[in-house]
Design a protein around this ligand. Structure first.
Ligand code: ADP
Ligand code: MG
Length: 620
C-alpha cells in the first residue's frame, strides 16, 4: 500500500477554524469510530475503562496505515481525505479535517498499532502530550488499534472538569449509537470496564434500530422512502400511538453522519402535532442522502450542524412523506390532513430549480394497516370532550381574559410569596364560604388571599403537595408496598439497563423489587402502593430521564422519583377537583415546602392585587 496521508497546504489549513479542542472522552470516541469507518472497517471493537477517563481503545479491521502514514497521522492538518480547498466543502466524509488525532495526542497518552492487510509487519507509535516516545516495527493483526489513555493527564485543570464516569460513559454510548445507526453492516461492540456491554452483529438497518432502541419499536416503525435524482430520504417513522412523553428515539442523518437540524425536526413534529397528545414525542430515524455540494457544511467543532441548499423544498418533501406514511397507516382521513400535499414537490437541487422537469421518481409508503374505521388511541383522545362546561353561571371567559392581560404586564402581578400563612389567608378571605372558593374550568381554584384575588393551578398545586408527602414517607420509611400478582415486565435498551443498575439501590428504598434477566427484560415484582398501576411507566420515565442526564446524583434520583409519582397521581387527583375540601387543600398547600412553585419550578398561583383590580376598574 502506498502512503496516502498529506499535509494540508497552509492556505487550507488556515481556513480551518482555530484548532481542534478535545472537549472530553465522547468526542474522542466519535472521532476514532469515524476514522475506523472511513478506513473501511467491517468490525469495530470499543473498550472503555472508567468512563473513558482511564482508557479508550478502538480496534478495527480497516485498511490500516503504512509506517509513514502512521507517523503522519498525528501531525496537525494531516489527512488522507482532502486534497484541495474545494474538497473542504464536500461532505462525503465528514471527519476530514486532519486534526482529530493530533488534538487527541496532545492531551493524552496514545498507543497506535497498525498494519495494512498487504504488509507483514506493522507499526507501533507511542505519543504522550504530542511527544513521540517510540516508533517500532511490530507484528500485529491487520487493521488499526488505537488506545487513548489518561486523557488530560498534562492539563490537570481540565481533567478535573471531567464528569462522573457513568455520565461520561453515557455520552460515549450516545456517540457509539449514532455511528452504529448509520453503519448497520459494520459489526460493532462496546466493552465497559472489561465487560461486554453492547454487541451488534452486522445486520439490516431495522434490526440495528431494534437492537439499540429496544424491541418495543418493532411494532411502531413505518418505513418511509423518497427518491429523486438529487435526494434520497429514507428511514422509519413511529406510529402516533407509539409517541412517548420522554425518551423518544429521534434521529436525523445526512450522508451517513448524524446531524442536528432544527428545521427538519420541526417539519416532522408539525405533522404529528395534531394527532398526538401535547408533549408527546414520536420516534423517527430519517436518513438523507444527497450530493455533498448541495450541503453547506458548517464547520464547527461538533460537526453536527448541517445546512442544506433548498431547505424549504426539502422541508416540504419531508412533511409530505411523513404525512403520507401516517395517513396510509391510519387509513382514515386524519384530523387536519385536509390540506395535505398529495403530490410530493419535485426537488431539483440547487442550480436547476427553475428549468428542470419534475425529477420525482419513486415514492413508497409505509405498510397500509387498515384499522376498520377506528382511530388510533392517540387520535381518539384528541376528540373534543363535552365535560368542559363550568357548573358556574358567571361569564368566566371574560373574567379569565383579564388575567391573561394582567399576566403580560409584570408590574401588575404581585408575586405571591411563601410567607402566606393559613391564618392570614383566612383573615383575608370573605366571610361567606359559599363564595370563598370557586372552581374554574375544573382546573383552577379562585380565591382571595392577602388582599388580592388568587388563581391556583390545581394540578400543579397537587404535584407540589404529593411530592412533599412522598418524600416525607420515604424519609420515614413508612411506605406501603404490594406484591404484583402479574408482575409488570418490559424489555430495556442497553442504556436503560445500565441506568437501572445504577438506580436500583434508590428504587429499593421505595420498596421496589425488580428483577433483570439476561435478555434485558425487567420485571417489577413489588411496588409501593402509591404508584398504583403505573409502575412500569414510572420506572421507564425515570430511566429515560436518567439516561438523558436530567438527574444524576444519588439524592436527585429520590427527589425525581417523588416528582414523577406526584405527576402521575396528580393527573388522577386533579379530576376530583370538585370533591375536595378547599380549606384542607389550601392548608396542605401552604404547609408545603414551597406553595408557589412546583418541584420543577412552574408557577402554582397568580395573584391579582386589590389595588390593581381597582386601577383596572378605574380605567374602564
Ligand atoms: P481526518 O480523519 O480528518 O483525516 P484524523 O486526524 O482523524 O483526520 O486522521 C488522520 C489520518 O489518519 C486519516 O486521514 C487517515 O488516513 C489516518 N487514520 C486515522 N485513523 C485510522 C484508522 N483507524 N485506520 C486507518 N487510517 C486511519
Ligand atoms: Mg478523523
Amino acid at each position: 500500500m502506498k502512503d496516502i496521508i498529506r499535509l494540508l497546504p497552509e492556505s487550507i489549513a488556515n481556513q480551518i477554524a482555530a484548532g481542534e479542542v478535545v472537549p472530553g472522552p465522547s468526542y474522542i470516541v466519535k472521532e476514532l469510530l469515524e476514522n475506523s469507518i472511513d478506513a473501511g472497517a467491517t468490525n469495530i471493537k470499543l473498550e472503555i475503562t472508567d468512563g473513558g477517563k482511564a482508557c479508550i481503545h478502538v480496534i478495527d479491521n480497516g485498511k490500516g496505515m503504512t509506517p509513514a502514514d502512521a507517523r503522519m497521522a498525528f501531525e496537525k492538518h494531516a489527512t488522507s481525505k482532502i486534497c484541495s480547498s474545494e474538497d473542504l466543502y464536500r461532505l462525503s466524509t465528514m471527519g476530514f479535517r486532519g486534526e482529530a488525532l493530533a488534538a487527541v495526542a496532545a492531551v493524552a497518552r496514545v498507543e497506535l498499532n497498525t498494519r495494512p492487510h498487504e504488509s507483514e509487519l506493522g507499526t507501533r507509535i507511542l505519543i504522550a502530550g504530542s511527544e513521540v516516545n517510540a516508533v517500532e516495527v511490530i507484528t500485529c493483526p491487520a487493521g488499526t488499534s488505537l488506545q487513548v489513555k489518561d486523557i488530560f493527564f498534562n492539563t490537570p485543570a481540565r481533567r478535573r472538569f471531567l464528569k462522573a464516569s457513568s455520565t461520561e460513559y453515557r455520552s460515549i454510548l450516545r456517540e457509539f449509537e449514532r455511528v452504529a445507526l448509520v453503519n448497520p453492516t459494520v459489526a460493532m461492540s462496546i466493552y465497559k470496564d472489561n465487560t461486554l456491554d453492547i454487541d451488534l452483529p452486522a445486520s439490516s438497518l431495522k434490526q440495528r434500530i431494534l437492537q439499540l432502541g429496544s424491541s418495543r419499536l418493532e411494532k411502531d416503525l413505518l418505513p418511509i422512502q423518497y427518491e429523486s435524482d438529487r435526494i434520497r430520504i429514507a428511514g422509519y417513522i413511529g406510529k402516533p400511538e407509539g409517541a412517548r412523553p420522554k425518551g423518544a428515539q429521534q434521529f436525523l442523518f445526512v450522508n451517513n453522519r448524524y446531524m442536528e437540524h432544527r428545521l427538519f425536526r420541526s417539519a416532522i413534529m408539525k405533522v404529528y402535532e395534531p394527532i398526538i397528545e401535547a408533549k408527546q414525542q414520536p420516534n423517527y430515524y430519517v436518513y438523507f442522502t444527497l450530493p455533498p455540494e448541495n450541503i453547506d457544511v458548517n464547520i464547527n467543532p461538533t460537526k453536527t450542524e448541517v445546512r442544506f441548499m433548498d431547505e424549504a423544498i426539502i422541508f416540504q418533501i419531508l412533511q409530505s412523506l411523513v404525512r403520507e406514511a401516517l395517513s396510509a397507516y391510519a387509513a382514515v382521513p386524519v384530523i387536519d390532513f385536509s390540506e395535505r400535499v398529495t403530490e410530493i414537490p419535485a426537488y431539483t437541487g440547487r442550480a436547476t430549480v427553475k428549468d428542470e422537469p419534475s425529477t420525482m421518481r419513486k415514492v413508497t409508503y409505509g405498510r397500509r394497516v387498515f384499522m376498520g374505521g377506528n382511530l388510533p388511541i392517540a387520535l381518539s383522545q384528541k376528540l373534543p370532550q363535552d365535560d368542559e362546561a363550568s357548573s358556574y353561571n358567571m361569564d368566566w371567559e371574560k373574567f379569565a381574559e383579564s388575567f391573561v392581560v394582567v399576566d403580560t404586564q409584570d408590574k401588575c402581578i404581585e408575586e405571591p410569596t411563601s410567607l402566606f400563612s393559613v391564618k392570614e389567608m383566612e383573615r383575608n378571605s370573605t366571610h361567606n364560604t359559599a363564595t370563598q372558593y370557586l372552581v374554574y374550568k375544573q382546573k383552577y381554584i379562585v380565591t382571595s388571599l392577602k388582599g388580592g384575588l388568587t388563581l391556583i393551578d390545581y394540578y400543579r398545586a397537587m404535584v407540589r403537595i404529593l411530592y412533599d408527602r412522598y418524600l416525607h414517607v420515604v424519609d420515614e420509611a413508612t411506605l406501603e408496598c404490594r406484591e404484583l400478582l402479574y408482575p409488570d415486565s418490559t424489555m430495556l435498551s442497553s442504556r436503560e439497563l445500565d441506568a437501572l443498575k445504577e438506580v436500583l439501590p434508590q428504587l429499593k428504598t421505595w420498596g421496589f423489587e425488580i428483577e433483570i434477566d439476561e435478555c434485558k427484560y425487567m420485571r417489577i415484582t413489588v411496588a409501593p402502593l402509591v404508584v398504583g398501576d403505573n409502575a412500569i411507566e414510572l420506572i421507564q420515565a425515570l430511566l429515560v430521564d436518567y439516561v438523558e442526564e436530567s438527574i444524576s446524583v444519588a439524592e436527585g434520583v429520590q427527589k425525581h422519583l417523588a416528582f414523577l409519582i406526584a405527576e402521575f397521581n396528580a393527573r388522577t387527583e386533579s379530576k376530583r377537583i370538585t370533591e375536595i375540601c378547599p380549606t384542607d387543600f389550601l392548608s396542605e398547600l401552604f404547609a408545603s415546602s414551597d406553595a408557589t412553585l412546583t418541584p420543577n419550578g412552574k408557577k402554582i398561583m397568580i395573584t391579582l392585587a386589590e389595588s390593581e383590580l381597582e386601577r383596572m376598574f378605574h380605567l374602564s
